[in-house]
Design a protein around this ligand. Sequence first.
Ligand code: ZN
Length: 385
Amino acid sequence: MRPIRPGDRGPAVAEIRAVLTGLDLLPAAPGDEFDSATERAVRAFQQSRGLSADGRVGAETWRALDAARWRLGARTLYHAVPEPLTGEDVRSLQERLLEMGYDTGRADAIYGVRTSRAVAQFQREVGLKPDGSCGPYTMGALRRLGRKVVGGRPQWLRESDAIRQSGPTLVGRTVVIDPGHGGVDPGVVVPDGDLRWTEADLVHDLASRLEGRLAAAGVRVQLTRGPASRSCLPDTDRAELANSLGADVFISLHADGHPNPAADGVATYHYGTDNGVTSATGERLAGLVQREIVARTGLRDCRTHAKTWDLLRLTRMPAVRVEVGYLTSPQDRSRLVDPRFRDRLVEAIVAAVQRMFFPVERDVPTGSIDVSELRAVVAAGAVRR
Ligand SMILES: [Zn+2]
């Protein structure tokens, strides 16, 4: 096909002009001439699509213009195999979902499996049948939420609301503590003479200490496993358990391991994607846990990181996974095997959970909460009531 170029006229040019007008690249005006304004608009369009900006409409630019015609809502979108649907409507949908915090990957205008999954997740959260296709009902829900939801999935807005409305007290909260691994899966194992240190045992000990401290502060605590559970629960089941209990906070405890014994330090993970999409409350909890631990234990600060792990993605409350140091680091290990050090770790996490429920403007400096006083506060509160 010979490219359509400046100076041409006819129905094809009229169609090109109509599409460019629809994209706000060309002022609306009748005509079927490829004039200089049309040429500029074609170049701008080509630039925006990463095509070579020659100002002519060859096969490639024609296909891009054709895809650009589709306005979101004009047709039902679904994951077609093997030839996926493409178009400007798909790009708009992806941008909308990304803005709301769903992980569609890059907004590439292709309705692939990742986009379909993001749509299904959105549908589930607004109470529609999660079939992953975008028809009139899903469009309606997107439009209704459209202006209201910016910078957060509906679920995350609910998270923040629930935290804000519940006040600063820990009494009556539900915290699910998840000691990692267990059963047939010991996690990181480090031999030490006749003994061996396992991550599963260590984090279970931490979890029960944490359970004790939180329970003393009036928190309802549930562990995802016992000390010697026979089978190892997959992360999806652990998340499901926390959801079914209506937990306010979810804390997964792990210890790290690395072939290089010089690797050491603590790191905390929350839900988030490469696109900078993040669970705001999860990120806040991760920051508090990380800072309190670093301030109270002196472990090396390996910072907080966003991950899309099932455990963080499927939980419907602020959720974090803490790697409380490296069992494979002689320095971290010598501290982790000391029960007094583990108590300091636990105090740091309790302080972070407490700060999670302070309104941001009433937050206190890191390291300043004396968790031993929490029980006294609870007792005083109980008397006053
Ligand atoms: Zn682990």
